[in-house]
Design a protein around this ligand. Structure first.
Ligand code: 15L
Length: 272
């Protein structure tokens, strides 16, 4: 059984992922916040903005799913520490420890300034919608560098919005169910022929803005489609007062300076 490190394990995506992958891999969970590891998994407390911590947690694993970081638009200092320094530390620590495979859950916000009437694939040039989006592009660039220069196998998932169900009209296009997240992550961990790939982390949504053919080429067969929730979600949707958010795929990330985490609506700038 492969040993897989999940950073940012106490966050929303990390919680869904570790639950879904339990039993399939030997999971080593890590975060700067403490948690009790479920049976059969281990937890290691670490702050990835410190290289010594990054080196400690990446030792002896077969693959890394690097979820740890600042997960929404917010102050540059926080994004810089977690998503630029922290992300670099994880890639570099993986290289020094001889870990070949790294999965980086990048974000729809790396390309959030594409308009909603456009369909984009994995080859479009980047159009980040926020400082957060720029930090995700930085992670994609690190993946490309570490693949080309050091022969690492890097799987970049531009994640939409993970949750048990889509929460609003925009998320009907980018929803990613936990079981589809687990399936795509497993492809990233196990596919024998990964060098550097960008895929979109979304379910098989009828309303998708993405041509996800690269994920399908690698064997991804999503089981869910947000369309089953569409009538209910649209009936609850309030009319938009933000034409910039409404026109672009990244929504409010395109217009706001701070965005609350939808998984924790009362707290700003919560970490994944
Ligand atoms: C993201 O990248 C965030 O991590 C998540 O909290 C959501 O805001 C999501 O994008 C989204 O676009 O809904």
């Amino acid at each position: 059984m492969k040993t897989v490190l999940i950073t940012g394990a106490t966050g929303d995506v990390g919680t869904h992922l570790s639950r879904e992958l339990a039993g399939k891999y030997k999971l080593r969970l890590s975060d700067r916040r403490p948690m009790k590891a479920p049976k059969g998994q281990t937890f290691v407390k670490a702050d990835i903005s410190k290289m010594s911590d990054a080196l400690r947690i990446t030792k002896g694993v077969d693959a890394i799913v690097h979820l740890g970081g600042y997960s929404v638009e917010g102050p540059w200092e926080a994004i810089h520490k977690a998503n630029i320094i922290g992300c670099y530390n994880v890639f570099e620590a993986a290289r020094r420890n001889g870990v070949k495979r790294i999965l980086f859950p990048t974000s729809n916000h790396a390309v959030g300034f594409y308009r909603r009437d456009q369909k984009i694939d994995h080859r479009v040039y980047i159009k980040p919608d926020s400082r957060y989006g720029v930090s995700k592009v930085f992670g994609e660039a690190l993946g490309s560098l570490y693949a080309d220069k050091y022969g690492m196998q890097c799987f970049m998932m531009r994640i939409g919005n993970v949750g048990p169900r889509p929460i609003d009209k925009r998320r009907l296009s980018i929803w990613f169910s936990p079981r589809d997240l687990a399936q795509l992550t497993s492809i990233g961990i196990d596919h024998p022929d990964i060098k550097f790939e960008i895929v979109y982390g979304i379910s098989g949504n009828k309303r998708a803005w993405y041509d996800n053919s690269n994920a399908y080429r690698l064997g991804y067969k999503p089981q869910d489609d947000s369309e089953v929730y569409a009538a209910e979600v649209l009936a609850a949707e309030k009319p938009s007062t933000d034409p910039i958010a409404e026109a672009h795929q990244g929504g409010v990330f395109c217009s706001a300076e701070e965005v609350p985490n939808p998984a924790a609506p009362k707290k700003k700038g919560k970490r994944k």
